[in-house]
Every structure is written in structure tokens, then in C-alpha cells.
Design a protein around this ligand. Structure first.
Ligand code: PEP
Length: 260
């Protein structure tokens, strides 16, 4: 569905045990309504994927490796994720870049293997500091360079047919709750999304640029989610810490459903 809003839960390296996962999932199952116009995607740590799958939510992974199989100790392939029932895979998250030195070239390789396995990549892009927006809230040249380069490098050798499968998450790194925790102004998020569409127009064409699903991520909660969906006209949200609180996450979903 064209206007379907995506609400993605990125559990990161949480919860700490199966019992807590069980509690979280049963509350989410009880409190979240399934609707035509919203899709709730849960991205748990790999070890909890089967449990989340059994809960009936759309399954996403937080990462994958760029080879199909082989001697890559500790890694998980896109084919394995597909086989487990995943539909989406996060790629390019700032925490992967910060703690595991992932580069834009690695992001590109991962994105291509995700697509090859008929999974949908959620490509995360974003600038590190708030001052890459000008005082008028326009993306500065520096910001344009950072985000432009992240997108262009991630999409090297990705055809327009494949581009249709990709979701882009604009995640200003400074706005992520573990960093400043100050959410991006909805107006700034909207300008960043417009800027991303301009890049897609340059790399592909106008239809792809207009139709691309662009989400916002960074300290989203039940109080501000509507500002991003309605005011900033984002196609959904990527939720980190608030997705670990069943009550709060269910409220976020409810607010989006109320807009239908
Ligand atoms: C994230 O890191 O993807 C994220 C959106 O985190 P938070 O919602 O906690 O800011």
C-alpha cells in the first residue's frame, strides 16, 4: 500500500534474556492493533528472531554480512535471515559505524546482498552534529555533503528497480537518545527528507525520488511521533529506546493508527 506507514522497533542489544523478550512481546501483541495502513516491524538481536517471528510481527534484522556463506566467524548472512522469515534488514546504522568501523563501502556491499536475497534494506543515514543545519534550519553544505556522500556510496551499482525496495531512515546521529537525546525539529527532518529526495532524483528519477519511503529516527516517543508523521510528512519512524517500553511503543503505534 502506497501510504503505509512503517513503525520500526530497533531493540539494539536488548532485552537481556528470553524471559524479558517474552514479556515484551506478549504486551505488544495485546496492545498493538493490526491495520492495513501501518506496518510494525521489530528488529531484535539475531538470537531472538524466531521468538519475534512467532509473535506475528513483521521481522527485521539489525545487521548482516556481505557474503553468502563461508569462514566469517561470528557473522550472519542475508540468506540465513531470509530463511528465518525476515523481511527487512537495517544497514548503515550509526552505531555500526561507531563501534565496528563500518564504512560506506561496507554498507554498499551489505545493501546489495540484502537486495540479492529479496529482503528490504532500511538504509540509515545522518549527520553527526546539530550545527550541520543552518540557523534557518536549512541543511548546510556540510550536511548536504555528508548525507549526499552516504547515499551515493551506499547506492553504487543499485538499479532503479532495486531502489524501489529500499527504505531510507534519516537518523541525525546527535538526535539519537543515547547521544544528546534532543529530537530533531520536525521542520528540519522534513527539509532533510526533501534533500534526500533531491539526491534520489539526481541518481535515479523523479518518480523514484517522490515514491521513496523516508523515515525519521532519533528520540521518537509517543509525544512527538505525530509531529514527524503529520508535520514533517515522514513515511514512518525508526524507534530505538522507546521501543523497549511496551506501553510507550504501543502508544506510538496507536498515535499513527489514529491518523489513518
Ligand atoms: C536508533 O538508534 O536507531 C534510534 C532511533 O534510537 P532512539 O530512538 O533511542 O533515539
Amino acid at each position: 500500500m502506497k501510504n503505509k506507514k512503517l513503525i520500526i522497533a530497533n531493540w539494539k542489544m536488548n532485552p537481556t534474556n528470553l524471559k524479558e523478550v517474552g514479556h515484551l512481546l506478549s504486551s505488544l501483541k495485546r496492545d498493538i492493533k493490526k491495520t492495513e495502513k501501518t506496518e510494525v516491524i521489530i528488529c531484535p538481536p539475531f538470537v531472538y528472531l524466531p521468538q519475534v517471528k512467532d509473535s506475528g510481527f513483521t521481522l527485521g534484522a539489525q545487521n548482516c554480512f556481505w557474503e553468502d556463506k563461508g569462514a566469517y566467524t561470528g557473522e550472519v548472512s542475508a540468506a540465513m535471515l531470509k530463511d528465518l522469515g525476515c523481511e527487512y534488514v537495517l544497514v548503515g546504522h550509526s552505531e555500526r559505524k561507531k563501534y565496528f568501523q563500518e564504512t560506506d563501502e561496507m554498507v554498499n556491499k551489505k545493501l546489495k546482498i540484502i537486495l540479492k536475497n529479496r529482503l528490504k534494506p532500511i538504509l540509515c543515514v545522518g549527520e553527526e552534529t546539530r550545527d550541520t543545519f543552518s540557523s534557518e534550519g536549512m541543511p548546510t553544505n556540510e550536511m548536504s555533503l555528508i548525507i549526499g556522500e552516504q547515499i551515493e556510496k551506499a547506492l553504487i551499482d543499485v538499479s532503479s528497480a532495486k531502489m524501489k525496495e529500499i527504505v531510507i531512515a534519516y537518523e541525525p546521529i546527535w538526535a539519537i537518545s543515547n547521544n544528546t537525546g534532543i529530537p530533531c525539529l520536525p521542520d528540519d527532518a522534513m527539509k532533510a527528507a526533501l534533500f534526500i529526495r533531491k539526491i534520489l532524483n539526481k541518481l535515479y528519477n523523479r518518480t523514484i525520488a517522490e515514491k521513496a519511503k523516508i523515515l525519521y529516527g532519533g528520540s521518537v516517543n509517543s509525544q512527538n511521533v505525530i509531529d514527524y508523521i503529520k508535520e514533517a510528512r515522514m513515511d514512518g519512524v525508526l524507534v530505538g529506546s522507546a521501543s523497549l517500553n511496551a506501553n510507550e511503543f504501543a502508544k506510538i503505534v496507536e498515535k499513527v493508527i489514529e491518523l489513518e
